[in-house]
Design a protein around this ligand. Structure first.
Ligand code: FE
Length: 206
């Protein structure tokens, strides 16, 4: 069972959502409630300005500043705010730290709750029933599909996000990065590693 497709109706789900969005957009524009330029602007903000790069910057800070990391794990929303990161769909966030012994993975079993200010918009597979069910039932199988296989000795913890509380993962700092700057470290942090389906990239991979 592949996670990159909705197993029941791969194309039709996307098409249905796209059609619904277009219809809502048309009504809002027709009633003069919103201009098409405003809609384009909002999409562009989430595509280009808000996205996993903000989560990557926060992660790199946590890797290099132990006090910041403590604050991030205690109050992710507050710590992100220190860096000017926050807003809609990220009012209450919790960060779970990966260690040598524990690996965390995030899902929303009910729908697709996701920390927008830190990660941008969720990837399609995050919303599909296949991911939402299998992340809980078979998290190691899911990770293997992303090419990530933590050792058997590592405990896997699955966190179920909701509209009230959105989780994301603090990946482990890759080996061989002792002399890296925050900017270099941030380049190793991927969206998928912040969801927990993979680890951060190793320096050799970039
Ligand atoms: Fe949800």
């Amino acid at each position: 069972m592949s996670l990159t497709h909705d197993d029941t109706h791969p194309a039709t789900t996307d098409e249905r959502i796209a059609a619904r969005v277009k219809a809502m957009e048309a009504i809002l524009v027709e009633k003069g409630l919103i201009g098409t330029d405003a809609i384009d602007y909002m999409s562009s903000v989430y595509e280009n300005q808000v996205g996993p790069q903000l989560g990557a910057q926060v992660t790199a800070r946590a890797w290099t500043d132990p006090d910041f990391k403590i604050r991030l794990l205690a109050d992710a929303t507050g710590a992100c705010r220190e860096m000017g990161v926050g807003g809609l769909q990220g009012e209450e966030m919790l960060v779970k730290e990966n260690t040598e012994d524990v690996h965390n993975i995030v899902v929303c079993t009910l729908c697709s709750c996701y920390p927008w200010p830190v990660l941008g918009l969720p990837p399609n597979w995050y919303k599909y029933p296949a991911y939402r069910a299998r992340a809980v039932r078979d998290p190691r199988g899911v990770m293997a599909e992303f090419g990530f296989e933590p050792p058997d000795t590592v405990e896997i913890r699955v966190w179920d996000s909701s509209a009230e509380l959105r989780y994301w993962v603090l990946p482990r700092r890759p080996a061989g990065t002792d002399d890296f700057t925050e900017e270099q470290l941030a380049a190793l942090v991927t969206r998928d590693s912040l969801i927990g389906v993979t680890a951060a990239l190793s320096p050799a991979a970039v």
